[in-house]
Design a protein around this ligand. Structure first.
Ligand code: THU
Length: 157
């Protein structure tokens, strides 16, 4: 038998410790929560994707009365980004959320499994790591890549 430990590297930083470009990305993700359409969960998520050309594409969760038809913020952003800028590799993504009390969440949230798989596709297309910033009110978690959030991912068929 062989055993392995899979380690997820994570840095927790304050807003001031981010680069100006990352601070901007975080602010755009926070701002996107205000365009969330979440009349059912009242959980408002915003994402912002930084592209190789410096463009930042935001997205928010868009719910639907037929529940599975809605989309998370991360997939709204990544599908829109790649449909608008198919030649631009992703460099980073920031994800922020506000809870039912409308306030920014104290602790960061992490993307759901379907979003991790979708984002991984674009990381593979980019051919390099796509940094992930999970935005809490007082602290931001930074992961080096999407694959670090989805070890043992399904990548080939
Ligand atoms: N949601 C996101 O947009 N991103 C996540 O990472 C987790 C969940 C959305 C889906 C749904 O509209 C609401 O949050 C509650 O689950």
């Amino acid at each position: 038998m062989r055993t392995f430990d899979i380690v997820t590297p994570l840095k927790a930083v304050k807003f001031d410790e981010l680069s100006i470009q990352e601070q901007n990305l975080v602010e755009i993700a926070r701002d996107a929560t205000y365009r969330s359409y979440a009349p059912y969960s009242h959980f408002r998520v915003g994402a912002a994707i930084l592209l190789e050309n410096g463009e930042i594409v935001p997205g928010s969760n868009q719910e639907n009365v037929a529940f599975p038809s809605g989309t998370c913020a991360e997939r709204t952003a990544c599908f829109f980004a790649h449909s608008q800028y198919p030649d631009q590799a992703f460099k980073a993504i920031a994800i922020a959320a506000r809870g039912v009390d409308e306030l920014p969440l104290a602790s960061p949230i992490a993307p759901c499994g379907a979003c991790r798989q979708s984002l991984l596709e674009y990381e593979m297309l980019a051919g390099h790591d796509v940094k992930v910033l999970l935005v809490g009110r007082d602290e931001i978690f930074i992961l080096p890549s999407v694959k670090s959030l989805l070890p043992l991912a399904f990548t080939e068929f």
